[in-house]
Design a protein around this ligand. Sequence first.
Ligand code: B1M
Length: 215
Amino acid sequence: MSNFESLSKAVIAGNVGQAAEITKNALDLGARPMDILNLGLLPGMAVVGDRFKKGDMFVPEVLMAARVMQSCMEILKPMLVDEEVPSAGTVVIGTVKGDLHDIGKNLVAMMLESAGFRVVNLGVDVPPEKFASAIREHKPHILGMSALLTTTMLRMKDTIELLEEEGLRDKVKVIVGGAPVTRDFSEEIRADGYAPDAASAAELAKQIVGFSVSS
Ligand code: B1M
């Protein structure tokens, strides 16, 4: 079995120690951090999602798998984030109110950091008012919102409406993402952009900053 397959298995089994050891070994053997993420950790999480959906796995087991993901991402983070990259701009990011999923959002934050952005990560269950006050405080170029539930994605709309009411909407570009979010939905709620995954979110953010610098 390859290192990547063993890593996927450790994610599914929720075995933090084993997964951390495989991750460190793979790095020692010269594996690229992006490959460890894309070929080991994420396929494991995809299996977890599938089993959870079918009722073959339950919340405590999914939480263990999430913990494995987070601890391996901590190991990979210094290698994915180049501290020397000059700041491309500031992004405030968070998972919307009522939603506790943060693995994808943290991955997006990591990719943004590695693309040179300063990231203010507000965490999970972030109400519209907290997004608004973070915009006042940090004056970011971009606000990123993540949602994993069909019910909570509607909080993105609430947040954009609050920004409009408070005169903050034209001070920031809003990008959205998360499994149930689509480009059509992003247009419907008048967001400025949608990205299906973490790498495209970083690409989109770079494009936005490029556009706002030249216009
Ligand atoms: Co939850 N959960 N969960 N869960 N969970 C899902 C999302 C679900 C699809 C599972 C299923 O039924 N198949 C389902 C949602 C159904 C729906 O609404 N359509 C679901 C449910 C129902 C629930 C609960 C309601 C279960 C319950 O309690 N009965 C509950 C809700 C809690 C709450 O939030 N209030 C719940 C709880 C949990 C745990 C706490 C156990 C745990 C979260 C732990 C954590 O995040 N710290 C959990 C997990 C882990 C999942 C699954 C299995 C995996 C999510 C994940 O981390 N994926 C998920 C099933 C699935 O997605 N296959 C599921 C890996 C991650 C890298 O991908 O988050 O999609 P993702 O992020 C991607 C892209 O979406 C995108 O880039 C990322 C990287 O490429 N992206 C962005 C994300 N944010 C972005 C922002 C951007 C741009 C791109 O711009 C700003």
